[in-house]
Design a protein around this ligand. Structure first.
Ligand SMILES: *Cc1c(COP(=O)(O)O)cnc(C)c1O
Length: 377
């Protein structure tokens, strides 16, 4: 049998198709409104593991004031490249020398850690900047906002440390407790900044009012006066605000897509046959009887991506399920005649994006252009 002589697509799948032009557009939309509200902009690189090409675009863009990440390993790849760097997660004791070496700013709540940072900064002959995290009720990191004495004592201690500077205050909401940033809770952060100014004569230069879940307040013009910084990750990559999950106008949600290749197309029943046990992840799956269906298997699975948070661009495809390295689709309703070797594209939600960038098995392809029509916002 003769093989098809058309040249093989050289791409290796699964891959993340990364459209730098679309991500730049997202950045420009966000930065216009963030800056318009008098806030500086930290772009958070953790969801894309500080991918070098995306980071390059951010480094060369004047709208980005800081690059921030929760992991030192990511920050190391761009430290010293021209933007100020911020460690978002409270420093671990085991990484103090790297924090001082690679970051300009770190977020903190523990006085013991601040002491270690101060000692290490002295050793390296540097001044390190700290953002003191205040917990407004979401119950992740930060000094609880009602603990007045503790907050004042911590600021007092920082003010005595010769190699630390209190750059300002920050808060994080919605990530753990799912608490939505509002005028009332964010105003507490602003009043803490005022109180520190009065009490110590130190005016916190930065009052960082949260992540992509605070962006909607900017859109509505309801960000409290005094908040002057936001830290945006998901809204930059996926074009969604995360308080209510709304799409942000003039951004793309498909700046990053996942593509995977078909390895089997077979018509089979929709109900498994035989005695039921547990699947590869210890679950007892349930199935609907749809009779015979046309099924495609893609060479991608849970080791590569969160298969429950990805969506086929071909809307007539349904995801039936996945194991570690197989994704099973129902393609019965599609008008397209899928064959082995064809590639299926998916848009991603946050957890799928995060896992795909973290997987060593997922390749990456970069494209620059934004298609002129149809406009695909
Ligand atoms: C992850 C993170 C962010 C960015 O969150 P997004 O929802 O992706 O915008 C901001 N601040 C802190 C402290 C974080 O850990």
């Amino acid at each position: 049998m003769a093989f098809d002589s058309t040249p093989m697509d050289q791409a290796a799948y699964p891959l993340l198709s990364i459209n730098i032009g679309k991500l730049r557009q997202n950045l420009e939309t966000l930065s216009a409104s963030v800056k318009g509200s008098g806030c500086s902009l930290m772009i958070v690189t953790k969801s894309f593991c500080a991918d070098p090409e995306i980071t390059e675009m951010l480094l060369s863009h004047s709208a980005v004031d800081y690059l921030a990440d929760s992991r030192i390993k990511n920050i190391k790849t761009y430290a010293g490249s021209g933007k100020k760097t911020v460690l978002l997660r409270l420093p671990q004791k085991c990484e103090i020398p790297d924090v001082i070496r690679c970051t300009d700013v770190s977020m903190n709540s523990e006085i013991e850690t601040l002491g270690l940072l101060n000692d290490e900064a002295a050793r390296q002959g540097k001044i390190h900047q700290a953002l003191l995290m205040i917990d407004l009720g979401d119950l992740r990191e930060g000094l609880f906002y009602k603990e007045e004495e503790k907050i004042l004592r911590t600021v007092d201690e920082i003010s005595r440390m010769k190699h630390l500077e209190l750059l300002g205050l920050g808060t994080n909401l919605t990530c753990y407790g799912a608490i939505i940033p509002k005028m009332d809770n964010l105003s507490i952060l602003v009043s803490w900044a005022d109180r520190i100014h009065e009490h110590f004569g130190i005016k916190p230069a930065i009052v960082s009012g949260g992540n992509s879940s605070s962006y909607y307040l900017i859109e509505k013009g309801e960000i409290p006066q005094g908040i002057n910084n936001l830290r945006l990750g998901e809204s930059f990559v996926l074009g969604t605000e995360t308080a209510y999950g709304s799409r942000i106008e003039n951004t793309y949600s498909d700046g990053v897509k996942l593509e995977a290749q078909i390895i089997e197309v077979q018509t089979k029943p929709s109900l498994p046959e035989g005695e039921s046990g547990k699947d590869a992840f210890g679950k007892c799956p349930v199935f609907k009887d749809l009779g015979l269906i046309k099924r495609a298997i893609l060479a991608v699975g849970k080791q590569d991506v969160d298969t429950e948070n990805m969506f086929p661009e071909d809307l007539s495809i349904a995801i039936l399920g996945a194991s570690s390295d197989h994704l099973i689709l129902d393609i019965s309703a599609s008008e397209k005649h899928y064959q082995v070797g064809d590639v299926v594209a998916f848009t991603l939600k946050y957890s799928a994006l995060l896992r795909a960038f973290s997987s060593g098995y997922v390749q990456r392809r970069y494209i620059e252009g934004i298609p002129k029509s149809p406009v695909n916002f």
